[in-house]
Design a protein around this ligand. Structure first.
Ligand code: FES
Length: 159
């Protein structure tokens, strides 16, 4: 807990000098906690003298932020036009079903994965595209992605 507070203090000191860096500060919070905890949002609002609703607006507007804990390896399934046409939405549904997740953004009970759809990952030529922990998998399928996630899970359990 003290380490968490020390890290938050470090983030605040790093960005406090200029409130226009609020997004960058929230990126650091998101990276550290894997989400924006409500009590941290409140503390930032107080310490920076920024309206709490401004922080929540940013945290809910940008897909990079989450108000609930994400998995250690966030899975982003592209459902943009090129990927949708090549089965992206089906991949999303099948991965969610395989991981027994009821809603996007929810983390698996072991905290390893969370799954979200995204509009375009900027590499439409590789459609359908999925990223796992930032690693890009192109020209993929439900079967391939489920195998990749199972492999990562086994690797993590073995370590
Ligand atoms: S639509 Fe999927 S990467 Fe662009």
């Amino acid at each position: 807990m003290q380490a968490q507070e020390a890290k938050l203090d470090e983030i605040i000191v790093k960005w406090k000098r200029d409130r226009s860096y609020l997004i960058e500060m929230l990126q650091d919070v998101q990276e550290h906690y894997r989400y924006i905890p409500q009590q941290v949002a409140r503390q930032l609002a107080t310490e920076l003298d920024v309206p709490l609703n401004r922080i929540f607006h940013i945290a809910t507007f940008y897909q990079g932020f989450s108000l609930q804990p994400r998995g250690k390896y966030p899975v982003a399934v592209c459902t943009g036009t090129a990927c949708h046409v090549k089965g992206g939405t089906r991949i999303l549904e099948n991965i969610m079903r395989d991981l027994e997740l009821e809603q996007e953004g929810q983390a698996t009970p072991d905290g390893l994965f969370s799954v979200e759809s995204v509009r375009c990952l900027g590499c439409c030529g590789l459609a359908p595209v999925v990223t796992v922990g930032g690693e890009v998998y192109g020209d993929t399928s439900s079967v391939k992605m489920i195998k990749i996630l199972q492999r990562q899970k086994k690797k993590k359990q073995a370590s």
